[in-house]
Ligand binder design. Sequence first.
Ligand code: GTP
Ligand code: MG
Length: 180
Amino acid sequence: MTSPRRTLLKVVILGDSGVGKTSLMNQFVNHRFSREYKATIGADFLTKELEVDGEAITLQLWDTAGQERFQSLGVAFYRGADCCIVVYDVNNAKSFESVENWRSEFLEQTSSLNNNAFPFVILGNQIDKDPSKRTVPLNHALSYCKNQGGNLTHFETSAKDGTNVSIAFESIARSALENS
Ligand code: GTP
Ligand code: MG
């Protein structure tokens, strides 16, 4: 018996060091969270099989290093991506300011023919922390996404307690599928 055909979708995850890219992937794929910080070196990837609107999908999640000294992955790494995730930490304003840099760097590298249509999913992570420490209000992030005019979706997440993680990745899979 032949197994049903699966659609392979490539998703690249970008964002400053320490925002929680690896942790979000681990929460989504393995339902695990570690408090220990181990910086991603170079790049790494995980796959997850899921179904979107009845279609069998394999999501190939390409995790990257936020640390500057590892940021020379370039075109080969981004090539063929169906969706790009950019993560920031809601308690770190600088990481939010970097979102647009990551997005434009990705578009530059891929020189997509239709930049406005390429799907980005922006994740504001670490919302489980003390709300009084938050420095990026939800409405700032929402107005950034709206004013950008491209294909941007936004979620706030916690890789620690799992808030919105599966909802966000389902949306990522759907965006990737629509763009594939
Ligand atoms: P680089 O690999 O250096 O680019 O960092 P990264 O974006 O992959 O960050 P990583 O997932 O390694 O997380 C950095 C630190 O933040 C770790 O100590 C995690 O435990 C912690 N962390 C990640 N996500 C969350 C979250 O949602 N809530 C809390 N409280 N801590 C988190
Ligand atoms: Mg990492």
